[in-house]
Write a new protein. Structure first.
Length: 227
């Protein structure tokens, strides 16, 4: 499914920090730029044009659009991280094949974070950075939802501060969306967590997990040679 693999600029062996990750995120976003930016633009149009006070159907369609954007985005960004060009139809097709698992890992991850937040907030500070990368593990390594959460929790050990720094910078850019120019920075930085996932999978020894699930892609989404 993913053709024309090309090598992306090198991901450094040592993490450069959340601000320096901006340039790496930018390269990932623009690699499949037309596809990803079309998806994001549609989301912004829906967000600013939807009148959520009228028609339950309109609200339902708006929530459906948010869900589609949330599920398709990681597929597009991961394919770019691994050096694969893809069309919008390929992104949708890939997402559809793993939609139930991707939806399951998303729900499980957010439930874990919600419960940890309700437990006096403090556990959330430790849990959030350990599970937030779960969808990327599921897509990239073809794991089950539980295996993906376990892999994220395992490999993010010792990296909580880096992930929190990325999240805080992303929140800052989203606050800037109150002015038009802020939308650009928010979109460009949206691949920062995917870049960090690429950094982890480069520096960590990934344990192979046996799975009986069928392959999600016609061709394996193999890592590019970053060295």
């Amino acid at each position: 499914m993913f053709n024309n693999q090309q090598q992306l600029p090198t991901i450094p062996k040592s993490w450069p920090g959340p601000w320096a990750a901006y340039k790496l995120s930018q390269k990932v976003v623009f690699y499949n730029g037309s596809v990803y930016l079309s998806l994001v633009a549609f989301g912004y149009i829906m967000a600013f044009s939807a009148d959520l006070t009228k028609m339950p159907l309109r609200l339902l369609l708006y929530l459906l659009e948010i869900l589609i954007t949330y599920l398709v985005s990681p597929v597009i960004l991961l394919s770019a991280l691994r050096g694969y060009k893809l069309s919008f139809s390929e992104a949708l097709d890939t997402t559809l094949k793993i939609s139930l698992k991707l939806l399951a890992v998303t729900i499980m991850t957010w439930l874990i974070m919600l419960v940890s937040f309700l437990l006096l907030i403090v556990p959330f500070l430790f849990i959030f950075p350990r599970v937030i990368l779960s969808p990327y593990y599921l897509i990239d390594q073809k794991l089950s939802p539980i295996e993906a959460i376990k892999a994220s929790f395992r490999d993010s050990e010792g990296h909580s501060l880096e992930i929190w720094a990325i999240a805080l910078v992303y929140v800052l850019f989203n606050i800037l969306t109150l002015i038009i120019i802020g939308i650009y920075f928010s979109i460009i930085y949206s691949a920062a967590l995917v870049v960090f996932y690429g950094y982890l999978t480069k520096t960590k020894t990934i344990k192979k997990v046996k799975t009986s699930s069928k392959k999600h892609f016609k061709n394996d989404l193999k890592p590019s040679d970053y060295n």
